[in-house]
Design a binder for this molecule. Structure first.
Ligand code: SIN
Ligand code: CO
Length: 383
C-alpha cells in the first residue's frame, strides 16, 4: 500500500500497529491541505465545533489551555508565536478531510475516533506528551519537527501549573522534520513533541479504543435497560437464620449466578458493543434530514444512478449473529434477517455506497425501508 511507504497493510499491522512508531515520507505525495488556517479559525468560532487553544507561555504561566468556541477577536490577541489551535472532529465538518479516511479502511471503522487539525505559527506546539490512542500525524501544510520515542505512563513526571499533561523530563529518541504529505504513526503511550517550524497544519487521524472502565460502565448500563433487569431477586427457599444480620453464602451465590448469566450473554454483548462503538460523539454530528424521504424516493434515486454516501461524521459497522446480522449506524441497531443480511456488509464497506450492488436490491422493501431510515436519520445522503 503506497500510503504506508511501500509496506502492505498486513505488514504494518503486524510490525508497527500498537508496537512502534513509523515515519512515512510522502505517504500522500503532493498533499495539499484541504483547509486553510483561516478556515480552522472560523470553525473554532462555531458553537458545534470542539476547539482549543494552547499557549506555551501565557503571561508567565506554562502551557495554558483555552476552550472554544472563540470570538474572531480572540485570534488577534494571540502572541505572534508559540501557540496552537486544535480543531476536533474535522472529518465531520470538511468532506475533503473525511475522504482521507478512505485510506485508513484497513483499520476497522469502529476503531476510528476522528481527525483533529492543529494549526500553529512558528514555534507552536502542545508540549511533550503522550496519548492513549494510536495516531497518524499527517503533515498537511508547512513543516513540523517531531521528537518521539520512549514509553510513558501515568507515573511519568509532569510539568506543574498546567491543566495539560505535559512531560517534564523526557528527551525522546528520534527527531524528524515532516513536510507536507509526510506522516508519522505513533502507538499509544509513546512520548512525542512536535514543534512548528513555520506556519504549520498537522492532521491527527486518531484511533481510540475504549477503556475497560468505558466497557464495564456502558455494558452494565445497557443491561440495566433490558426487560429482564426489572426483575427482583427472589428467595422462595428462604430458611430461618440465627442472626437476622447474617448475609448468607446462598445470597452471594445467587448474586453470582445472576450476574454471570447477564454478563455471559454474548448476543447482548455484541448488540451493546455495536451501538456503543458507532454512537456519535455529539448531537450535532448526525442531524435528521430537512425533508424526510419515502422509500419510493430512494428507489427512484437509485434507478437514476445517484450516489449515496455516509454522512461525514457517521460510523457504520455490523456483526454476524447466528441467524441474523446486526447493522449498527450511529448508535442505532438494525437486525437483518434472511435475504436482507448481505445489506449490512454492503452498507459498511466504503463511505460511497456501491450503487451497482444496491441497484440489485432496488425493489426490495427491506432495503428501501432501511435506506429511508438511514437517510431520514441523517446517516447517509445523496452526493
Ligand atoms: C499537534 O498536532 O500539534 C498535536 C498532535 C499530537 O501531538 O497528538
Ligand atoms: Co499527541
Amino acid at each position: 500500500m503506497d500510503m504506508l511507504g511501500g509496506i502492505t497493510a498486513h505488514e504494518f499491522l503486524r510490525d508497527y500497529w500498537q508496537k512502534k512508531p513509523l515515519v512515512i515520507r510522502q505517504a500522500f505525495p503532493g498533499f495539499e491541505c484541504p483547509v486553510s488556517p483561516d478556515e480552522l479559525a472560523g470553525l473554532a468560532c462555531e458553537e458545534a465545533v470542539e476547539s482549543r487553544i494552547v499557549i506555551e507561555n501565557d503571561s508567565g504561566k506554562p502551557w495554558q489551555l483555552h476552550n472554544g468556541p472563540f470570538t474572531p477577536e480572540r485570534f488577534s490577541q494571540l502572541p505572534a508565536e508559540d501557540w496552537t489551535l486544535l480543531v476536533q472532529g474535522l472529518d465531520h465538518w470538511v468532506p475533503d478531510i473525511a475522504d482521507l479516511l478512505d485510506h485508513f479502511r484497513f483499520i476497522p471503522n469502529w476503531r476510528l475516533d476522528d481527525i483533529m487539525a492543529s494549526y500553529a505559527p512558528k514555534g507552536g506546539s502542545v508540549g511533550p506528551h503522550y496519548d492513549m490512542y494510536d495516531v497518524f500525524l499527517l503533515q498537511a501544510q508547512g513543516h513540523r519537527r517531531w521528537t518521539f520515542g520512549g514509553h510513558c505512563d501515568h507515573t511519568s513526571p509532569r510539568v506543574q501549573g498546567t491543566p495539560l499533561r505535559i512531560l517534564s523530563s523526557w528527551d525522546g529518541e528520534e527527531t524528524v522534520t515532516l513536510a507536507p504529505g509526510d506522516m508519522l504513526y505513533l502507538p499509544p503511550g509513546v512520548g512525542h513533541y512536535g514543534v512548528a517550524e513555520d506556519d504549520c497544519i498537522t492532521l491527527s487521524i486518531g484511533f481510540r479504543a475504549p477503556t475497560l472502565d468505558d466497557v464495564l460502565t456502558s455494558f452494565t448500563d445497557y443491561l440495566s435497560q433490558t426487560d429482564s433487569a426489572a426483575h427482583h431477586l427472589d428467595d422462595p427457599d428462604l430458611q430461618v437464620q440465627e442472626n437476622p444480620g447474617t448475609i448468607g453464602p446462598d445470597v452471594i451465590d445467587r448474586l453470582d449466578t445472576v450476574i454471570r448469566e447477564q454478563l455471559g450473554d454474548r448476543r447482548n454483548l455484541a448488540l451493546w458493543f455495536g451501538q456503543f462503538a458507532t454512537a456519535p460523539k455529539s448531537m450535532d454530528i448526525v442531524v435528521p434530514a430537512d425533508e424526510p424521504a419515502e422509500p419510493d424516493d430512494l428507489a427512484e434515486a437509485i434507478r437514476c444512478g445517484e450516489q449515496l454516501r455516509w454522512n461525514e461524521g457517521s460510523r457504520f459497522a455490523y456483526h454476524d449473529l447466528n441467524d441474523e446480522t446486526a447493522l449498527f449506524v450511529d448508535g442505532e441497531q438494525y437486525l437483518l434477517k434472511g435475504d436482507a443480511r448481505p445489506l449490512a456488509p454492503l452498507l459498511c464497506a466504503a463511505s460511497r455506497l456501491d450503487m451497482t450492488a444496491l441497484a440489485e436490491f432496488s425493489d426490495d422493501e427491506a432495503l428501501l425501508g432501511l435506506l429511508t431510515n438511514l437517510y431520514n436519520q441523517g446517516s447517509i445522503y445523496f452526493e
